[in-house]
Design a protein around this ligand. Structure first.
Ligand code: GTP
Ligand code: MG
Length: 224
């Protein structure tokens, strides 16, 4: 599971422009600001590596990074933003497919606003080389409906995923809950919808927590 080299290959604006060499890939998905770029930089042990392909105002790109010349990490555009509703609003949570349909790219200029779901559906439903989605979930905030909707859509479409909880180093004082408490709540919602919940890994790009575990997990999935 060791990463010896990593290279940026290309940014694709359409699923059909993605590399066609058949190498296995993992898609990194999650809300804007959840820590996608930070996690990729942690995995490849390079500061600001994932940012090299980040063009302001052009978030609708699928970025392919080739690891050890044999498999890809794919950075996808972030969706939505964090909302401050917590358990009270989510107490009546139910899977709402139409909510997912309405997800939009974060930070895209109006002129470039594409329906996030039609864009990503094209990628997720047709990408034969996709091994699994790493769905990043911010452990420093309460469960977000947008993340649950995304997880449930992937699950319904039989797309393999692993939950990667980010920012597990964060310690909240006062009324805020700790990462482990937020994760527990998130998983309670997931259990309602899955007979067999997806695997999950706790990470921190600040401390390096979970890096080795995640790389090992990814190598096991590749070898199935
Ligand atoms: P977009 O590119 O806008 O979609 O965001 P992103 O998901 O790539 O998030 P990014 O990696 O840029 O991180 C967003 C912010 O969260 C930055 O200020 C990071 O420093 C911070 N952050 C990311 N991961 C961690 C973490 O594990 N711990 C802490 N404490 N902060 C983190
Ligand atoms: Mg980013």
């Amino acid at each position: 599971s060791h990463i010896k080299e990593v290279q940026f290959v290309k940014s694709s604006s359409r699923p059909r422009d993605c590399p066609k060499d058949g190498k296995p890939e993992f898609a990194v998905l999650g809300r804007s600001n959840v820590g996608k770029s930070s996690l990729i930089n942690l995995l490849v042990r390079k500061k600001e590596f994932a940012l090299t392909s980040k063009k302001p105002g052009k978030t609708q790109l699928i970025n392919h990074f080739l690891v050890n010349k044999s498999w890809y990490i794919v950075d996808l555009p972030g969706y939505g933003t964090a909302l401050s509703f917590g358990m009270t609003a989510l107490a009546s949570y139910y899977f709402d497919a139409s909510a997912f349909e309405g997800l939009r790219f974060a930070n895209a200029p109006d002129s470039a606003r594409t329906d996030w779901s039609s864009f990503t559906k094209g990628y997720f439903l047709n990408r034969d080389t996709l091994v699994a989605v790493l769905l990043l979930v911010d452990s420093s905030i309460p469960p977000q409906k947008i993340d649950l909707d995304c997880a449930n859509w992937l699950g319904r479409n039989n797309i393999p995923m692993t939950f990667v909880f980010t920012k597990c180093d964060k310690v909240k004082g006062g009324k805020g809950k700790r990462p482990d408490e937020n994760i527990k709540e998130f998983q309670e919602f997931i259990r309602e919808n899955y007979r067999e919940p997806p695997p999950w890994i706790m990470t921190s790009s600040a401390t390096g927590l979970g890096r080795d575990e995640l790389l090992l997990h990814m190598s096991q999935l590749r070898n199935y």
